[in-house]
Design a protein around this ligand. Sequence first.
Ligand SMILES: Nc1ncnc2c1ncn2[C@@H]1O[C@H](COP(=O)(O)OP(=O)(O)OP(=O)(O)O)[C@@H](O)[C@H]1O
Ligand SMILES: [Mg+2]
Length: 510
Amino acid sequence: MDWSLTAEGITKRFHGVRALDKAGFHLGPEEIHCLVGENGAGKSTLGKIIMGIHQPDEGEIVVGGNTYQALNPHLARQIGIAMVAQELNLMPDLSIAENIFLFDDSCYLGNIFYKRKDLYRKAQEIIEHMGLRNFPAVSTKIRNLTVAQQQIVEIVKAISGQNKILIFDEPTTAISIKEVEHLFQIIRTLKAQGVSIVLVTHRFDEIFAIGDYVTVLCDGKTVRERIPLEELDKQKLVQLMVGRDIGEFYGTRQRIETGDEILRVENLSAADGKFSNISFTVRKGEVLGMAGLVGAGRSEIVETLFGIRRKKTGGIWLKGRPVNNRSIQNVVKQGVVFVPDDRKLKGLFTQLGLSFNIAITQMELSGKFFNSEKKYEKTSENLLKKLNLKFASLNQPVASLSGGNQQKVLLSKWLALKTEVIIFDEPTRGIDVGTKVEIYELIRELARNGKAVIVVSSEMQEVISLTDRLLVINEGRIVAELKSDGTTEHEILSYAIPGKESAYGNENND
Ligand SMILES: Nc1ncnc2c1ncn2[C@@H]1O[C@H](COP(=O)(O)OP(=O)(O)OP(=O)(O)O)[C@@H](O)[C@H]1O
Ligand SMILES: [Mg+2]
């Protein structure tokens, strides 16, 4: 077979830590090849080596009959490779259009973009071709976009060129199911045109929906290569990835008697109009879910509860006492914590160490910084171990961890605090299947210990099986309240999908 690309014997060390250990795989033409493995297995590193962002210590890459000891991004683009990276890498002060064509030499005259009108028109065409209605104007600066919209721009940027090999590293973590569908249609079309696609994802439904072959990485090694998906089912794939059966994946939640009302929200409306008239309560020991599409306003609601966004009207009460949510610190002191969905923007100092990141909130709350980090080390270590995080030292920078492992540090940071209410926004985004189960158990344990828990999640099965009660949010309003027992994905979607507009709801278009 004429391979589109082969990577063989790839070894890569970061400061002595081996991220890849003689890993490799064969990529054929017209195929969608899924790279899977636990957090930290080496998937992103392998992708980055193919894209020339990292250079391997050993091994070689063969593309189009040429053998390369190492690539660089310029060369990789020249030979037709593009990648949608796990962490978004857009230029915040450039427009959508400029970002899309950033590497397209035909768009430059010297160092400046030229023919801006052509550029905008071309970008607009591509976005429309993706079936995106209501997307912000292509002249909008990246910094004014939501994370979901930025992820779409990354995707558009990769597919807009005439590439032969496309690497998608968890491309769907922020976008809604409608856009995932569009993306998959486009990927299928590209495949039919002869493009080879590498897809890294932790979402099994995606692998089975679109994949042709699976290669499994474990601790930097290729453990199985090019298994046709017809030969696999979910159970087998889990077994291959985790090395053990994890039984009933979502588990069954033992319903416990819920106690007194802890949190009450009445008639909450956002200052910027993203949601209105939100009222609900959460009881002691209860897990309340917020389901809906990405962009429906769920994150905005919980961020407002936590004091990150401003409200226009409405009130929040904790055990009958009004909550002052003018600052995040205030809210935490009153007993509400929030685990946000976007680790890069809202959660972590990625250049600083693990234990610092976990301890910082506790230090802020106590007002004591001198030598405090040490005091919290034991808690940090325990939490990280509970979440299966393998780390070299508590002082290693968060940036040196894989994407999913950074998410675990973010979780630990908030779990270390003592609270009455804990709110999770997409708690398992980018987390591998083995660890997901641990996180579900952890959330259940919080409820058993009498906390009131709110979970925002776009993964339908997750939000159904984890929660007692569900609010479905559609375009900034509560459109249904369902008992989680007995509801279905289908039922939730029937409420969650907006009638006419795209999933962006009432997003600003400026
Ligand atoms: N820039 C870096 N510096 C130091 N270590 C790194 C760096 N990038 C990755 N690593 C290490 O390499 C290993 C593999 O990481 P990688 O990001 O490839 O994992 P992954 O399979 O993509 O995981 P995830 O599913 O969490 O995204 C991890 O142990 C990680 O800590
Ligand atoms: Mg990764």
